[in-house]
Design a protein around this ligand. Structure first.
Ligand SMILES: [Ca+2]
Ligand SMILES: [Ca+2]
Length: 279
């Protein structure tokens, strides 16, 4: 089937999911070693540190977790009382400089000594503020390529690559159930949110198409997505997600194009439009 002919349609009637986009992606191993400074610019005055990322929607208590150096076999215990908020970052200092800065691999273990995460073998011989980081932020394919040596992003997201050129998505296009373009709808009617996505890259790309609808209080009342959508080069796809607008009002409809729900790396800027539902 030609990619341009693919039409994804999903109908969700009264399903209203009260969560924001960032709370919506599920992960299995949610505690990650996200960034490491083995070799600070002033090694005697600044400590080595590890940034841990909680890629989950629950608070996690890191008391008694262990950071182990594979090179020296030394272990640091995370002090009691250190907790990490959902989708947030915690920097643990290593005051004893127990990490080697050459050929080091760090292992993070929970208090039961179960391995939670492990880095590849890394070296940082630059005495500066560059660090090893998962890039895009939080990526974990168990591959060396998950890690990049970049300017430090201490205690904050490692960020994402720049928006991909030659891969575009349109503003939201609203349609009725017959596929006709509309600008307003009546309450109790299904409204399709469509976008025209064009891949002019030199290769196929796979992405997630996510719709979020917010009410007049800016509160997300609907979220839905398709994942793992493949799009060949020089092809266009027009995915549609339907929503039942039950109440009248003005609604902000946002389209997010991400690498996947696990990896919220934006492939395009967020596209938004206003949808009016009349009584
Ligand atoms: Ca450094
Ligand atoms: Ca960081």
């Amino acid at each position: 089937m030609n990619g341009s002919n693919l039409l994804f349609v999903i109908i969700l009637s009264s399903v209203i999911i009260y969560m924001s986009i960032l709370e919506s992606y599920a992960v299995t191993n949610s505690i990650k070693i996200n960034e490491i400074e083995f070799n600070p610019s002033e090694l005697n005055e600044e400590t080595q540190w590890i940034e841990i990322y909680n890629n989950d929607n629950k608070l996690v208590d890191l008391s008694g977790w262990l950071i182990k150096s594979s090179a020296s076999q030394r272990t640091e215990t995370i002090p009691d009382g250190l907790v990490i908020e959902p989708r947030n970052y915690l920097v643990v200092s290593i005051p004893t400089l127990s990490l080697d800065y050459k050929n080091e691999s760090i292992v993070l273990l929970n208090p039961d000594s179960v391995e939670a995460d492990r880095t590849p073998i890394l070296s940082d011989t630059a005495d500066d503020n560059h660090t090893w980081q998962r890039f895009p932020n939080g990526i974990d394919n168990d591959a060396d390529s998950d890690w990049s040596f970049r300017k430090s992003t201490f205690s904050v997201t490692n960020g994402f690559p720049d928006i991909i050129p030659n891969f575009t998505t349109s503003e939201p296009i609203f349609i009725d159930q017959k596929g006709n373009k509309i600008s307003t709808s009546n309450s109790g009617q299904m409204v399709g949110v469509k976008s025209e996505i064009v891949n002019m890259l030199s290769d196929e790309i796979t992405f997630a198409y996510i719709i979020q609808i917010k009410d007049e209080e800016n509160f997300p009342i609907f979220i839905s997505w398709f994942e793992h959508i493949p799009l060949q080069q020089n092809h266009t796809i027009k995915p549609v997600i339907f929503w039942l607008g039950e109440e009248s009002g003005d609604f902000v409809v946002e389209i997010f194009i991400w690498r996947s729900m696990d990896i919220p790396e934006p492939f395009t800027s967020v596209k938004s439009g206003l949808l009016r539902i009349t009584g």
